[in-house]
Design a binder for this molecule. Structure first.
Ligand SMILES: [Zn+2]
Length: 143
């Protein structure tokens, strides 16, 4: 583990789900399995079940912001937010080390392998683990 590395890419490169959000994949799957599948009204023919994992406070910055409106983020301590090219390794040209930390953290989160039909999704600043299945599959399983 290189948690103290100054480069966030290195810092999160080997992070597990447990490291990133404080919950491991086994616990997530076990908790999901206790939930009931419900119709997915956005995707007819599919059913989903979900569990809440946490909100934006899970991210390194713990802040909510849009990529184009980062005024609530601290300026990069190295370039003071002035270097808009990736030559500044601390912020990768984001102008804010917090934004770059969040980006690297999110990239790592997306890379972590999950069981088939299980994925993580952000909805309105909340992170969920979601499992999907075909509704036909449910009928077959119930019989
Ligand atoms: Zn910088």
């Amino acid at each position: 583990m290189t948690k103290n590395s100054k480069d966030p890419i290195d810092r999160y490169a080997k992070s597990s789900l447990q490291d990133l959000i404080g919950v491991g994949i086994r616990d997530i799957v076990a908790t999901l399995r206790r939930e009931t599948f419900e119709p997915d009204y956005d995707n007819p023919g599919q059913e989903i079940r979900r569990i809440y994992l946490g909100d934006y406070l899970l991210t390194p910055s713990g802040k909510v912001y849009m990529p184009w409106a980062t005024s609530n983020l601290e300026a990069c301590p190295r370039c003071k937010g002035k270097d808009k090219t990736p030559t500044c390794r601390r912020c990768n040209g984001y102008g804010s080390a917090e934004a770059w930390d969040d980006e690297c953290w999110n990239d790592r989160l997306e890379q972590i392998p999950l069981p088939p039909n299980v994925f993580l999704a952000w909805e309105d600043g909340d992170l969920f683990a979601i499992e999907v299945r075909d509704a036909e599959e449910a009928v077959t399983t119930a019989e």
